[in-house]
Design a protein. Structure first.
Length: 391
């Protein structure tokens, strides 16, 4: 593969010639079910053919050296494989170091370090889970090299813990689950409360997934993401006055929420909770529509999801709203919505193949005119989860 050939030249230049292992870890896009993964809801993500490639060579000491071809200006970043703490000097490599530290805390201690070259095809800041891709990638590298015998769901949970506790982003389980458990040409209906899941074929007959990046940078740590979680946790605590056994917002039906919402004092928090309950229901309806080959209904539910994320959850912003509203006007666009945490990032659209070029042209012109710079487009396939690439 040409990517690995180029990476090997870089590896040899940075670290010296060595026998290397090849890995690929996908990004993810969520078709529907946004901002409910940390509220006990259902999500419907898939793994992408865009992702993170790694060339890895074990070392004989306890030091790791990592280099990203995408961030050459950061140079080679070094750290010891034991007793790691978050360090701003590690920059992007905190996702790698954090996973090493989290596995060590769980009793899975690395006995040597690695030289690693990374190359990512995920656009930076696009909301396609480049961080989860790196975390699960690191867990799989450690698992394979040290025979930890962890199954993928265990690695997914540890990778999420690394992001929550080491990096400090209070993300739900969806990103790491989709990255690790992805299956070619399928999306995953995942119950984030129980981790029950099933694969659903994405039959997009004559259509493709088009990801449109706003090209507005965003940082989950500094965004309102954690604030939304806190608002929902407070709303849940108030709802429990009327339903003491309630464990998660998304355990409620719309009818139950209508009865109980009077317990939530803050009207903003009431809107946040309403989004969670309705989005969970929307996701189940959307998967049912897809499995009945009702793409039109699926597309309408994608639109409804975006409107709720805008009006009730307030995580879109002018860039994402502009892309979605332009997409809804294009003949041949089945559905479009923001995906990921929001505050920048990307939209996902289902577009008829013969309309993709017109879709790109119309969105680029309209977006550039309003926002002042152009978006980027990615037509992606659906990939398997993180794995070692065999020769």
């Amino acid at each position: 593969m040409k990517i690995f050939e180029d990476m090997k030249k870089t590896f040899d230049a940075k670290f010296g010639a060595a026998e290397t292992q090849k890995y690929f870890s996908p990004g993810r896009v969520n078709c529907i079910g946004e901002h409910v993964d940390y509220l006990g809801g259902h999500v419907f993500p898939c793994a992408l053919t865009l992702g993170t490639y790694a060339l890895v060579a074990p070392r004989t000491d306890n030091k790791s050296r990592v280099y990203s071809m995408n961030m050459a200006d950061k140079g080679v970043i070094e750290f010891e494989m034991s007793g790691l703490k978050y360090n701003s000097a590690y920059d992007w490599a905190n996702y790698v170091a954090g996973t090493v530290a989290t596995l060590e805390q769980a009793g899975y201690k690395a006995t040597n370090g690695f030289d690693i070259v990374i190359y990512g095809t995920l656009p930076a800041g696009a909301g396609l889970s480049s961080s989860a891709s790196l975390e699960v990638l690191t867990a799989v590298i450690l698992n394979e090299n040290f025979n930890f015998n962890l199954d993928m769901v265990e690695m997914v949970k540890l990778s999420q813990k690394a992001e929550n506790e080491f990096v400090g982003v209070n993300c739900g389980i969806m990103d790491q689950f989709a990255v690790g458990m992805g299956k070619k040409d399928c999306a995953i209906l995942l119950d984030c409360n129980t981790l029950e899941y099933r694969y659903s074929p994405l039959k997009l007959d004559g259509c493709s997934l088009v990801i449109t990046n706003t090209n507005k940078p965003h940082s989950l740590v500094t965004s309102a993401y954690n604030e939304r979680r806190q608002q929902c946790e407070h709303a849940l605590a108030q709802l429990q006055q009327g339903k003491p056994d309630l464990k998660a917002l998304c355990a409620l039906t719309k009818e139950e929420f209508a009865e109980l919402k009077k317990y939530i004092n803050d009207p903003i928090e009431q809107l946040r909770a309403q989004h969670a309950v309705e989005e969970n229901q929307r996701t189940l309806e959307a998967v049912e529509a897809l499995e009945k080959n009702d793409l039109k209904k699926f597309g309408q539910l994608m639109k409804d999801s975006h409107v709720s994320l805008c009006e009730k959850y307030d995580v879109t912003g002018v860039e994402l709203d502009t892309l979605a509203e332009l997409a809804w006007r294009v003949d041949g666009c089945i559905g479009s919505r923001m995906t990921g945490a929001g505050f920048g990032g990307s939209t996902i659209s289902i577009v008829q193949d013969d309309a993709i070029e017109e879709f790109k042209r119309y969105l680029e012109n309209g977006y550039t005119k309003k926002i002042g710079y152009a978006p980027s487009f990615y037509v992606a396939g659906i990939a398997d989860g993180t794995h070692r690439v065999k020769d």
